[in-house]
Design a protein around this ligand. Structure first.
Ligand code: FMN
Length: 164
């Protein structure tokens, strides 16, 4: 295989940006919540309504999703690059804010950010551990729209890169 071609072909994939959240049953240093900016997300079925997401094995997000068997995808709009950049690193809880972003708790216990365009809550149907990321298949159990604005943030417009 030509590795450079593989990398370039994979970089042609289009992605949106999401903040994946979950509430762990066994908090890490008294932090029950995980919140990580992710891009490897896709719808996977109409009926039942499934989505899939690739989560880095070594992350707190992966551990929290594994523990809670549920997660939320907070869908970011095209003007929310600053918000996305707050969740590339460790999370801190301050009242009802995580890394400075206000949230409410969803039916799964996952934080739903008020600023995000929308949120989908999922129960975990399956976790597939094959590579350095775990493919998590989730069934949508709750959906909420926060903003009339529905233009999504696209990875290619941010100048960031994840994939290849
Ligand atoms: C542009 C970009 C996209 C990312 N997409 C993903 C992704 O799809 N899945 C993932 O697990 N991590 C992704 N990450 C890395 C996570 O944001 C980062 O590992 C995470 O916030 C750390 O979370 P933790 O505290 O749970 O370990 C991405 C990072 C960047 C810069």
């Amino acid at each position: 295989m030509n590795l450079s071609d593989k990398k370039r072909a994979l970089k042609m994939f289009q992605y949106g940006l999401y903040i994946l959240t979950a509430r762990a049953t066994d908090p890490k240093e008294s932090m029950p919540y995980a919140a990580a900016t992710v891009t490897w997300v896709s719808q996977a079925s109409f009926e039942p309504p499934l989505v899939m997401v690739g989560i880095r094995n070594e992350s707190w997000a992966n551990e929290a999703v594994k523990q809670s068997k549920s997660f939320a995808l907070n869908v970011l709009g095209k003007n929310q690059k600053a918000m996305a950049s707050k969740f590339f690193k460790e999370v801190h809880l301050d009242g009802n804010k995580i890394n400075g972003c206000e949230f409410e708790t969803g039916v799964t216990g996952a934080p739903l950010f008020l600023e995000a365009n929308a949120a989908l809550e999922c129960s975990v149907e399956e976790r597939i551990e094959k590579g350095d990321h775990t493919v998590v298949i989730g069934k949508i159990v709750n959906a909420r729209l926060n903003a009339a604005e529905d233009e999504p943030m696209l990875l290619r417009d941010t100048g960031w890169s994840y994939g290849g």
